[in-house]
Ligand binder design. Structure first.
Ligand code: DLL
Length: 433
């Protein structure tokens, strides 16, 4: 089942020609009209006329999250403010968040991508789809919402939280498909059990599109067996719009809509291009984006490009399940957290030695919990319990304000946390996927 068969099944040669044409136009436009891209290309010694084939993309400079941070909020935008119809925001590496803007057409390409994705896993107008991703600044809720409406599904926009109510609505409204993080679905399964709900017997849920955080084949097997549903991997990042790509019902890799995005993998250390079949860092060029184009954006996720044909008939390349990251970003309950953000927050609190901290992440009953141990300054360290509790509360609320997640804080005595001779190892991620 296809949403846009002509594009999804376009012969490879034709697809490559289309990609080249889009790339050429993008590079020409950005060189001429965007100071940011013009300077970046000039510094790399590349001009639009150097792009004579698709493989010449390797001549173009990479973009990183730091480009977004340095140009916050809208200096990188290439559409006038009056044409920007939406913002989404995700975590930056320190104080400034990452802002993404969309024009009407950007929302349209994003929605079309999700309509293709949902159709490829068999979700359509017969379905009632519960969207249990966060609505708001995060791209998951609204992205899936628009995609599901586009394929004609009935959308139940529950967003996150209130799990018992979500389960009641799921049963009352005969929900057949759900979009959420894999860990939240496992958590829901546990709550359902406690409520005496048997997913297979008491709900009509048959499909789930799960992503926004790393998960494994083992977790897929667990979810499918426990809940009696088909679980599909959905991938995307806010910088490229949000969730965009899924596996099809073959479950043999995530299809990339190649008329919209061009994918490469590189060796993260040497930045050399890798071929299909070789695992490396994913680099994405968004060929169709007006408000905030992305050329060779280093997403920092590790994957492998698969070029051989999928049995579903779609001709676009696929990527394998994401196996890790090349930076230290953590995803906690679907929210991206950089240790540098924690440090940035702690350094602003005078009573503590903000440079000395340890982060521990655990998964208990399928939910993620983050604990930050932080060292007190000797002059602030006291045995007055009330003062210490007040301080602990203050640190927790500052971390919540910056990171958008609840954090358990533990105060440690001066000089008690480990010191590191080489690269500091401040994160203990004890989650098993
Ligand atoms: O997580 C967009 C999204 C929403 C994807 C809903 C899927 C479903 P960001 O908050 O910008 O955007 O986080 C993007 O999350 O670079 C990966 O590290 C991770 N990630 C997203 N999907 C997957 C997945 C959204 N299926 C970052 N498997 C990405 C593993 C994933 N990691």
């Amino acid at each position: 089942m296809y949403w846009n068969q002509k594009t999804e099944c376009m012969p490879e040669g034709k697809l490559k020609k289309l990609q080249y044409k889009s790339l050429k136009r993008l590079v020409n436009d950005l060189y001429s009209f965007s100071a940011f891209y013009h300077d970046k290309m000039k510094a790399a010694g590349v001009r639009p006329s150097d792009i004579r084939s698709l493989s010449d993309i390797s001549k173009l400079p990479f973009m990183n999250k730091s480009d977004l941070r340095d140009n916050y909020p809208t200096k990188m935008f290439t559409a006038p403010g009056k044409d920007v119809v939406r913002y989404h925001v995700s975590s930056g590496t320190t104080g400034k968040p990452t802002l993404v803007g969309y024009t009407k057409n950007d929302i349209e390409f994003w929605t079309e991508s999700l309509a293709r994705a949902l159709t490829s896993v068999g979700i359509g107008s017969d379905d009632v789809m519960q969207v249990s991703y966060g609505y708001g600044l995060f791209t998951g809720g609204l992205g899936l919402h628009y995609g599901a409406e586009r394929v004609g599904a009935t959308v139940l926009p529950t967003s996150t939280g209130s799990t018992e109510r979500q389960l009641e609505l799921m049963m009352d409204l005969d929900v057949t498909a759900i979009a959420c993080t894999p860990s939240y679905l496992v958590y829901m399964g546990g709550v359902a059990k406690k409520m005496g709900i048997d997913f297979q017997r008491d709900t009509r849920l048959r499909k789930a599109v799960l992503g926004a955080e790393p998960w494994s084949e083992n977790m897929r097997q667990h979810i499918e067996n426990e809940l009696g549903i088909q679980a599909y991997d959905i991938y995307g990042t806010s910088e490229i719009s949000g969730p965009m790509f899924t596996e099809c019902t073959e479950k043999k890799g995530i299809h990339i809509w190649s008329d919209v995005c061009l994918v490469e993998t590189i060796d993260p250390d040497t930045e050399e291009s890798l071929g299909p079949g070789q695992e490396g860092e994913l680099v994405i060029t968004v060929l169709k984006k007006e408000a905030m184009p992305m050329i060779r954006y280093r997403i920092k996720d590790l994957t492998t490009i698969i070029e051989d044909k999928c049995a579903c008939g779609r001709t676009s390349p696929r990527i394998k399940r994401i196996t890790g990251r090349t930076d230290d970003m953590l995803i906690i309950r679907g929210i991206n957290v950089f240790p540098s953000q924690v440090e940035h927050t702690l350094l602003q609190i005078p009573q503590i030695n903000g440079g000395q901290y340890m982060i521990t992440v655990d998964r208990i009953d399928s939910l993620d919990y983050m604990t930050v141990q932080v060292e007190m300054r000797p002059e602030a360290f006291s045995d007055k319990i009330d003062d210490m509790l007040k301080l602990k509360k203050h640190i927790s609320s500052e971390l919540k304000r910056y990171l958008n997640i609840a954090v358990e804080v533990e105060l440690a005595a001066p000089d008690s946390l480990p010191r590191f001779e080489g690269k500091a190892k401040r994160v203990k991620d004890r989650r098993k996927l």
